[in-house]
Design a protein around this ligand. Structure first.
Ligand SMILES: NC(=O)c1ccc[n+]([C@@H]2O[C@H](COP(=O)([O-])OP(=O)(O)OC[C@H]3O[C@@H](n4cnc5c(N)ncnc54)[C@H](OP(=O)(O)O)[C@@H]3O)[C@@H](O)[C@H]2O)c1
Length: 226
């Protein structure tokens, strides 16, 4: 197997990003993470992840994080949430990362974790989902749209409702925009890990759900990950 590029993760203080960092370190890949100044990085340091401090709402912080390494890197962003001033990391933070990575000219793979309901899934959102998360999902769609406009080697993962339980191993990717359901954070991380190693996923957006916790009015064809 060819040597893997170093991986830089945005949004790995917890959840999917932290689980992915664990998987990648266990596989021996060099991993670094940009964390906000007040964010806890002990778990990441314990597994050998290089911590870079910065805020994704600040483009110079991202540029500095990128400048701390040389050569090609793979990038994953699971950024989400609102700053104290109401700005979304879901659009602004992710778009800042996309712009900086593109400008660096050093990108290998770029995996953006957004949400079920983004992009072509929007018409199939329930009224309840629109009321609860519509603004966040729309913000994530803006980041997806920016990524699609670039010439980066990207894949978009849109998880369903996230659950913090151990991996089931039943996570799957599908391009059926009507699917709904749940997935464990550890399984989204496992799917991202596999996507980073599967060139057939380049240039595609996938919903990510647990095969045993999904529903869909039309048949779901799981993408055949390598
Ligand atoms: N909750 C759900 O059911 C659900 C469903 C579908 C999709 N999603 C999305 O899936 C992704 C992963 O979710 P998750 O629950 O595993 O993680 P999460 O708890 O949403 O974590 C978000 C990460 O983004 C970081 N972050 C936020 N703003 C930042 C900024 N300005 N600069 C730098 N880092 C920033 C946070 O760091 P700090 O420690 O600094 O806050 C944290 O590490 C998220 O994008 C989430 O919105 C969630």
């Amino acid at each position: 197997m060819p040597e893997l590029r170093p991986l830089l993760v945005f949004g790995s203080s917890r959840g999917v990003g932290l689980e992915l960092a664990r998987l990648e370190r266990a596989a021996g890949r060099p991993v670094s993470a940009m964390l906000r100044p007040r964010s806890e990085g002990g778990d990441l340091q314990d597994i050998g992840v290089g911590i870079l401090r910065g805020d994704a709402l600040s483009p110079p912080d991202i540029e500095q994080a990128l400048a701390r390494s040389s050569g090609s890197i793979d990038v994953v962003s699971t950024l989400g949430g609102r700053g104290e001033d109401g700005r979304f990391a879901d659009d602004e933070g992710n778009i800042n990362v996309i712009e900086a990575v593109k400008a660096s000219g050093r990108a290998g793979r770029f995996v953006l974790v957004t949400s079920m309901g983004c992009g072509d899934m929007a018409p199939y959102r329930s009224e309840r989902a629109i009321a609860a998360f519509g603004a966040v999902v729309d913000a994530k769609t803006r980041a997806e749209d920016r990524l699609r406009e670039t010439d980066l080697d990207w894949t978009i993962l849109r998880p369903g409702g996230l659950v913090s339980e151990p991996s089931t191993g039943n996570g799957l990717l599908t391009q059926n925009p009507k699917v709904h359901g749940f997935i464990h954070r550890a399984d989204v991380a496992l799917l991202a890990f596999r996507v980073l190693r599967d060139p057939a996923t380049s240039g595609h957006a996938f919903a990510a759900v647990d095969g045993n916790r999904m529903n869909c009015e039309t048949p779901v064809d799981p993408f055949p990950l390598a």
